[in-house]
Design a protein around this ligand. Structure first.
Ligand SMILES: [Mn+2]
Length: 407
């Protein structure tokens, strides 16, 4: 079956397993033999997560036809428009939103047991059902959800690899079938983007990633697929990822958001394809920030602007407490400024701002990414909670919802 046709049938496949489905007796009997495997990426639903889930589900479905494999994008459907580079790449390959399955398409209940394959992450609420993992993040072995994985779960976790798509590519080439130029093209594009086109300064790529891209390119050439040159492809994807022209400012904030969760707090971290210093000058920014941070004491914004002219990168950080918790904000600010692994080299912007009582700093160490910054913030939040522990007045302060008076 062709890849695109496989995707169009995924919804029908899934619906056969729905608890409320009007399945026939004959089908019920078949279901006892067949098993549904949900292949799902991480909640950021970046290109790596989306493409890894879609392509691995196809590869396995073709190889194990006695079972069903359904790829699921780990975001609600309404957030798909935020994943602009995913939309760009899939549209280019003739894959429309209507063909895709999202987290909110999954039922609360299935008939029979369902297996899960995790790609591009290994900590999941679905842990007890996970059969296999393909991931390239450092193992979070202490995480309670990691400990819930069945012993039999096959774990291919290779933190040295730049892209999970490389691991999927290894599965793809492990057998003769299936062969699909669309799959090869999608995997290649993902690896090129994840490794920053094998940039020596970004140091994201490994020899395995490069070898995989070369192997995919050889196959694409043999199948007479016209190849866009890597640099051109990379620039196209970066531009698509940064294309916020069709989004509202609240959507821009939600576009690439991660949540830092501690025992008592949830702090959203927005990654934005513009500098925060520029974002806060836009009309409507205040309203968007209020909507975005409505449930949290603190919100963090990480800006990264890539010049379309010369590719030069600028980064900055913004911290805002809508609840007016200036001490908490200061605690996180100090942690970031004092961070040594790696030093973020945070300094004031040339022109400062006190937008919504927040704090805005330029990040001069351009190599430090959200992956480095998030643990520092989490540590600071936990230290702060410990300092202002239970039995102390601030506990009530925590529980108090910020009064925002949204218009
Ligand atoms: Mn990844």
């Amino acid at each position: 079956m062709r890849f695109v046709r496989f995707l169009t049938q995924a919804r029908t496949t899934l619906s056969r397993y729905l608890a409320e489905g009007s399945s026939t007796v004959a089908w019920q009997q078949q279901l006892e033999l067949r098993k549904l495997h949900v292949v799902i990426g991480n909640e950021s639903c970046d290109l790596d997560s989306a493409i890894s889930a879609l392509t691995l589900a196809f590869i396995y479905a073709e190889r194990h036809q006695e079972h069903d494999y359904v790829p699921v994008l780990n975001i609600p459907r309404r957030d798909y428009l935020l994943k602009t580079e995913v939309g760009h790449m899939l549209t280019k390959c003739g894959i429309a939103e209507a063909m895709l399955l999202f987290r909110d398409d999954l039922p609360k209940q299935f008939t029979g047991d369902v297996s899960v394959l995790l790609v591009d992450h290994h900590v999941s609420e679905l842990a007890p059902q996970v059969l296999e993992i393909l991931d390239h993040r450092p193992i979070d072995a202490a995480n309670p959800q990691y400990l819930l994985l069945p012993e039999s779960c096959v774990r291919s976790i290779e933190p040295g690899v730049g892209s999970c798509a490389t691991l999927v590519g290894q599965r793809y080439f492990a057998a003769e079938q299936p062969r699909s130029p669309v799959v090869a093209e999608l995997l290649r594009a993902t690896i090129v983007l994840d490794t920053v086109n094998f940039s020596a300064t970004a140091k994201r790529g490994s020899p395995a990633d490069l070898g995989m891209v070369e192997q995919l390119e050889r196959e694409l050439c043999e199948s007479q697929t016209e190849l866009v040159e890597r640099t051109e492809l990379f620039n196209e994807l970066v531009a698509a990822r940064a294309d916020i022209s069709k989004l509202t400012l609240s959507e821009v904030l939600r576009k690439d958001m991660k949540l830092i969760q501690t025992e008592r707090q949830k702090v959203p971290v927005a990654g934005m394809p513009v500098l925060i210093r520029d974002f806060i000058e836009l009309s409507g920014a205040e309203q968007a920030v209020r909507e975005f941070g409505i449930d949290s004491n603190l919100l963090v914004m990480l800006g990264m602007y890539v010049s379309p002219v010369d590719g030069a990168v600028q980064r900055d950080v913004g911290l805002i407490s809508l609840a007016g918790q200036s001490q908490l904000l200061e605690c996180v600010r100090l942690a970031l400024v004092g961070c040594q692994e790696p030093p973020l080299d945070l300094r004031a912007h040339a022109v400062g701002s006190r937008f919504m009582g927040g704090c805005y700093l330029r990040q001069h160490n351009l190599r430090a990414t959200r992956k480095h910054i998030q643990p520092v913030i989490k540590r600071a939040l936990m230290d702060w909670e410990e300092l202002h522990g239970f039995g102390c007045n601030e506990v009530y302060f925590f529980k108090e919802k910020p009064k925002l008076g949204l218009s």
